[in-house]
Write a protein that binds this ligand. Structure first.
Ligand code: ATP
Ligand code: MG
Length: 378
């Protein structure tokens, strides 16, 4: 079987690696120049994009910001999964909020803004602690602004005055005092079967994911069921096929959806060694119409992102249960370079191993690691 992935980054690479044992050949599309490349070497393959589309069993994406003309070409071939509407929901916060409202899925109180002068009304309706998000092309905390008190409003309006809000509106959200951030990775195949992974707890720093722990500590069946039900409503509502990531805020025992990612997701990387079937394999199974694999956790796992740093001791691999996944990119500030997965048999041991890991890493790039290690050790 052959699957073509739009996007040629680490997610396509990891899909390729997961597909090989199943005999699923994965090819990637470099969307900056419409060429088909090998997902690991990134070298151009001897095939045009039109030929790749023609011969593929399934077309899919590794990120939601694929140029719309490419998505439309892919959709018209009749084998784009997830479907174009679902991908566009992930790429546009206005569409995303409309979907959540339509499905009656709990999310942050918000307003859509098409003119900076509407911000006063937002403060009146939502309070003065706001997070303002560009509705398109934002990720890892880019394209976001914060308001902590009404007095900052004139300066904020000034900052935003250059934007064309008619074309790209803002989503203005009430700043939520959540207890923690979780995510649910789920998968739905062509036949409509659904499986969801255990909830992961995600630690961010400056808008970027640094550490995920899965299964999240302090969960219960009711919380997992609540997340599963949210996933099912959204996936069935969109007739979604593939892996869908749901980013959540937990407040008390209630979950609120922050955002959706119509693809495999960084907070699901732990599943490569911490679950019976990885999210990458399950995504390929789903789009190829194969039975889905078991999503159960093997034991408590952590995923530690390596961000903006390439020099550290590979001796960290001496820690039992640790695995390095390196993306082969040149180093840049705040760039995701790779990640480390650690799986073990108890949260206490996981904390112990993260503590060991911290001794091999330049900690200025890993601001969340030691605190989380200590928390898990208890
Ligand atoms: P991603 O890279 O996950 O796509 P992003 O930059 O697109 O991220 P969000 O996930 O919407 O944007 O926001 C980034 C982070 O900002 C969240 O993980 C959360 O920590 C914080 N945040 C976002 N919205 C809110 C909110 N309404 N209240 C409180 N914190 C928020
Ligand atoms: Mg996010």
């Amino acid at each position: 079987m052959r699957v073509v992935v739009y996007g040629a980054g680490q997610l396509a690479q990891m899909m390729y690696l997961a597909g090989s044992p199943l005999g699923i050949q994965v090819e990637a599309v470099d969307v900056s120049n419409d060429t088909v490349v090998h997902p690991v070497s990134k070298q151009p393959l001897d095939i045009t994009l039109a030929q790749a589309i023609e011969t593929a069993d399934a077309l899919t994406v590794e990120f939601e910001h694929v140029p719309e003309r490419l998505l439309e070409d892919a959709a018209s071939a009749g084998k784009l999964m997830p479907n174009i509407e679902s991908i566009l929901v992930g790429a546009d916060r206005v569409r995303e909020k409309k979907l959540l409202e339509k499905m009656s899925v709990a999310n942050c109180k918000h307003r859509i803004v098409t003119d900076v002068e509407q911000l006063d009304a937002c403060v009146e309706a939502l309070g003065e602690k706001l997070i303002i998000k560009s509705s398109r092309d934002g990720y890892d905390g880019y394209g976001q602004w914060r308001l902590s008190e009404a007095a900052e409003l004139p300066a904020l309006k000034n900052t935003l005055s250059d934007l064309d809000l008619q074309k790209v509106p803002l989503v203005v959200e009430q700043m939520m005092a959540f207890d923690r951030e979780l995510s649910l990775i789920g998968v739905r195949n062509k036949q409509g079967d659904i499986r969801t992974y255990p909830l992961a707890e995600n630690l961010h720093h400056q808008g970027q994911l640094h550490v995920s722990v899965a299964p999240a500590t302090d969960t219960n069946d009711a919380l997992q069921q609540q997340a599963h039900d949210i996933f099912t409503a959204l996936a069935e509502g969109m007739d979604y096929v593939g892996v869908l990531a749901v980013e959540l805020f937990q407040q008390g025992d209630k979950l609120y959806v922050n955002e959706l990612a119509p693809r495999v997701h960084n907070s699901g990387h732990w599943s490569q060694s911490g679950a019976v079937t990885s999210q990458f394999e399950n995504h390929l199974r789903a789009v190829c119409g194969l039975p889905l694999g078991d999503t159960a956790a093997i034991g408590p796992s952590a995923m530690v992102n390596i961000i903006g740093c390439s020099s550290f001791s590979r001796d960290l691999l001496s820690i039992d249960g640790s695995h390095l996944h390196w993306y082969g990119k040149s180093v840049r500030e705040k760039r995701k370079m790779g990640h480390i997965n650690v799986t073990t048999d108890s949260y206490e041991n996981l904390g112990e191993k993260l503590m060991q890991l911290s001794q091999y890493l330049p900690l200025e790039y890993f601001p969340k690691l030691v605190g989380e290690a200590k928390r898990l050790k208890g």
